[in-house]
Write a protein that binds this ligand. Sequence first.
Ligand code: NCD
Length: 313
Amino acid sequence: MRHILKSQQFDRPCLDKLFQRASEHRKSFAKPRQHRSRGYFLQDRILVNLFWEPSTRTRLSFALAGLHLGMKVETTENAEEFSSTVKGGSLEDEIRVVSSYHPDVIVIRHKTEGAAERAAAVSQVPIINAGDGAGEHPTQGLLDLCTILWEKGYLDGWRVVIGGDLVKGRAVHSLVRLLAKCCENPSFIFVSPPSLRLNEDTKAYLRKQRVHFIETESTREALPAADVVYWTRVQLERYPEGERQRYEDLARQYAIGLEELELMPGDAVLMHPLPRNEEVSPDVDADHRAAYFRQAQNGMYVRMALLEWVLEE
Ligand code: NCD
């Protein structure tokens, strides 16, 4: 069974194939509907979305990816409230039961780190991790990397400036590991206040892969050196309520607006997993470097390729 649990389970040859397939899907949408041939091997297969945390992009891009491939889709979008978890059912029990109804794949998002691995341990069908607490968000990492490929033309040698909540930002954890494992010679500048610095686990991974990185609090110092800028929001919901105001204030200190945009090279690309708060001003949306809406759209093409990869015999 092929699960998708962590970004570093992939290797470069696999990514090359996935992104090639995602590109074919993207191109197919330029054709009239009747000429979009996507192969029919996923016709009538069943995808179940189980989301214990809020989501727009991940949930709907998986659902639509499935539908475009001819699959059938069933979703619980607020499992925290509407599944039997509310009555005390464990994650393991939920997965045992749902997977016994013969779906073909289950996509789960959960507030607890390690939840997708726990699910995979008891599931009869493949599990796709759509975000496990502050842990990982592998399919986001994959769509981010694919966006770097499509925006910049290739994947290797980039200096990537990553800012925001690097402790709890699971999208960052997945992307950093993917770049470190699958790309040649990446380097990182991490921008955050001290309390939001990259978690030790991910830093240890970078050291093991011998990837160069520095940490700074200064957005203005980091931006002029960037090939790729990846900005993120503070994960307010993951901090105790009493601390949220302090974190919101911190977020304002590293916002990207028109002045910061001026500091970025003309061929850099500005990415964000969305949703954004105040850390990227809508003023920069019209700039050609602002790639976050293209990035979100790429997510569906990449997820189409991932569903095929998970379900191929
Ligand atoms: C991200 C997530 O859920 O981790 N959102 C997403 O899937 N695009 C980022 C975030 O919530 O900040």
